[in-house]
Ligand binder design. Structure first.
Ligand code: SF4
Length: 151
């Protein structure tokens, strides 16, 4: 594992990797889940971990059944008129852009300050919220914010 290197995440995975609990269950297939879990652990363990925002498939997309490996693009999100919209819908409110590098701490703080509830993608585009306890994860993140501001 390239511990010293930036983790490459596409826009909407910035949100997922902070809010979802990758340990809670396998999604897609065991290899996808194990890979995503390894990155999730790194993100959780190190607030200084650098994340690079990428335009299409990132490190957590490996082994996904929707990944077009030849083009490094997602068959669900990277083609057609709505290409990348799911990412832009997260990047724009966060004020982040493709190719930016941010730390986990910066990402967590920005999500806390910008989102007051789970974004539309969690209800419209994703079947994994219950499995990965995303609602709980989001509220836990907000409570951590409260705890920090009271110090
Ligand atoms: S519900 Fe889906 S899109 Fe929303 S944070 Fe969880 S895994 Fe990501």
């Amino acid at each position: 594992m390239r511990d010293r290197q930036a983790i490459r995440l596409r826009g909407h995975h910035l949100f997922c990797m902070v809010v979802a609990n990758a340990e809670a269950g396998d999604i897609y297939n065991p290899r996808f889940a194990a890979n995503a879990r390894a990155y999730h652990r790194r993100i959780k363990a190190n607030p200084n971990q650098v994340i690079k925002v990428v335009a299409s498939a990132g490190d957590t997309c490996a082994f996904c059944p929707s990944l077009n490996v030849a083009e490094n693009k997602c068959r669900l999100y990277d083609y057609g008129l709505e290409a990348n919209q799911i990412d832009l819908d997260i990047l724009q409110p966060l004020g982040f852009e493709i190719d930016m590098k941010i730390t986990v701490s910066e990402l967590r703080n920005r999500i806390r300050s910008v989102f007051t509830s789970l974004p539309a993608m969690c209800y419209l585009d994703c079947p994994f919220g219950e499995v990965l306890h995303c609602d709980e994860g989001f509220h836990r993140l907000q409570k951590e914010s409260d705890a920090e501001s009271q110090r």
